[in-house]
Ligand binder design. Structure first.
Ligand code: AMP
Ligand code: MG
Length: 412
């Protein structure tokens, strides 16, 4: 029998179903705040911005050269240079027939003139010039409002501000914008075996690494990050952390303690404070995932294994956070590549194996496995530059097969 999404065991979701459920549950934060342009990079506009003035505000020169009357060029008579127009220091007088003005880029094109000849196309002799090339009427003159006109809706509500937009707003004289509030995301690690850096490891202990990984992943998403530390495996400690998160955060992320059996106190606490589903997801790494509401906020219980944390964060939390902060494209793109190594895989779950991809000399993308694929082998993530995403129904993969890769560029 072939295994497909339709034949998953009861209570198991495939990746796409879980993603769809999560995205359908997460609202865009509606609250907004004012920030200066210095803080506005990457933020989502809460209101449409209209231009309060024309840009450019005045007719100006696109070149260093001479502003002149195009009609004067019908004769071969030289033109008299009667003054200079600098950017920010306009020429005061009016220009009469057979006269011209030396002009710099950005300077106001003087009254009476209509065209600018670049200085390279001019032969200057004392205070007169002759053109050495033809010139179109109106050439090298930039007009008011050519970039933006007063009243134009130049940036729409919901737009994510980038470096170009910051300059555009500044060119309009706008120094503050209304943007959506950033999600507040709290996170903690759970586990009695976890020690902080600097502490001595007792038999059975390991250092808590997930908090550092999560912190790094969250930094990539421009959210307010709230570190709740390491939470011991006791009902009191879990309850305390969850209460704190409910006060402070829109989203709480935990790692560890969501595998079936050991997590009863987590489940019990969540049952009291919120509405959380414990899912089995048909994926590797990262099978168990808890998702639901906690007070006014949302709860994501990630598995404990470090690679599972990263995979589930990228597949489920990242889109959720992007949605919450008002971004429109929460889909992680996949690209085809030829796989150069054979891959072990069991049918019935989607695999996110760690790969190293590169383009070969012919321009073809190729990928190879990083080796050991255990969900505890964090080094596989560190060495990899992509996931190799293998469909649920596939079994082992032969070398030479075309597979889908998800590059980590911009994600980690
Ligand atoms: P759990 O989901 O709590 O059963 O944890 C699964 C595995 O992940 C165990 O081997 C844990 O020791 C490990 N683990 C859990 N939390 C962390 C953490 N914060 N840092 C590193 N490893 C962890
Ligand atoms: Mg644990």
């Amino acid at each position: 029998m072939t295994i497909s999404c339709d034949t998953l065991p009861q209570g198991t979701l495939n990746v796409e179903q879980a993603q769809a459920h999560i995205l359908a549950s997460i609202p865009v934060l509606q609250a907004s705040e004012h920030v200066t342009l210095w803080q506005a990079q990457g933020r989502i506009l809460a209101e449409t911005v209209s231009a309060p003035l024309d840009v450019p505000p005045h007719r100006n020169s696109a070149m260093d050269g001479y502003a002149l009357r195009h009609a004067d060029l019908t004769t071969t008579t030289p033109l008299n240079v009667i003054g200079t127009a600098f950017a920010g220091r306009p020429f005061a007088g009016a220009v009469q027939p057979s006269e011209c003005v030396r002009i710099m880029t950005g300077a106001v094109v003087p009254d009476g003139t209509d065209s600018v000849v670049m200085q390279e196309n001019v032969q200057r002799d004392g205070d007169t010039i002759r053109l050495t090339a033809t010139l179109q009427a109106g050439e090298n003159v930039r007009h008011p409002g050519e970039d933006m006109r007063t009243g134009d809706a130049v940036l729409q509500a919901g737009h994510k501000l980038n470096a170009a937009d910051l300059g555009l707003l500044a060119s309009l004289g706008i120094g503050e914008v209304s943007v959506l509030r950033r999600p507040r995301v709290a996170f903690c690690s759970t586990g009695d075996e976890l020690k902080g850096i600097g502490e001595t490891l007792q038999p059975g202990d390991i250092y808590d690494s997930n908090r550092y990984t999560l912190y790094g992943l969250l930094q990539k998403l421009d959210v307010e990050i709230i570190d709740l530390g390491v939470v011991k495996d006791t009902p009191e400690a879990v309850e305390h952390a969850f209460q704190q998160a409910m006060q402070l955060a829109d989203i709480l992320i935990t790692s560890g303690g969501v595998s079936v059996g050991e997590a009863d106190y987590v489940a019990a606490t969540l049952q009291r404070l919120g509405q959380v589903n414990f899912w089995k997801i048909a994926m590797k790494p990262g099978k168990p995932l808890a998702f639901g509401t906690l007070g006014q906020g949302f709860f994501f219980g990630l598995p404990g294994n470090p690679v599972s944390v990263m995979a589930t964060f990228l597949l489920f939390l990242r889109p959720a956070i992007l949605r919450m902060r008002g971004e429109s494209v929460p889909v992680v793109p996949e690209y085809p590549a030829i796989c150069d190594t054979p891959l072990k895989k069991a049918a019935g779950r989607k695999d996110y194996q760690r790969g190293i991809c590169q383009r070969d000399a012919s321009g073809q993308w190729r990928v190879s496995s990083t080796g050991g694929q255990g969900s505890h082998i964090l080094r596989s993530m560190s060495q990899a530059n992509c996931f190799i995403a293998l469909p649920l129904e596939w079994g082992n993969v032969e070398a030479g097969t075309t597979v889908s890769i998800i590059p980590f560029e911009g994600l980690l």
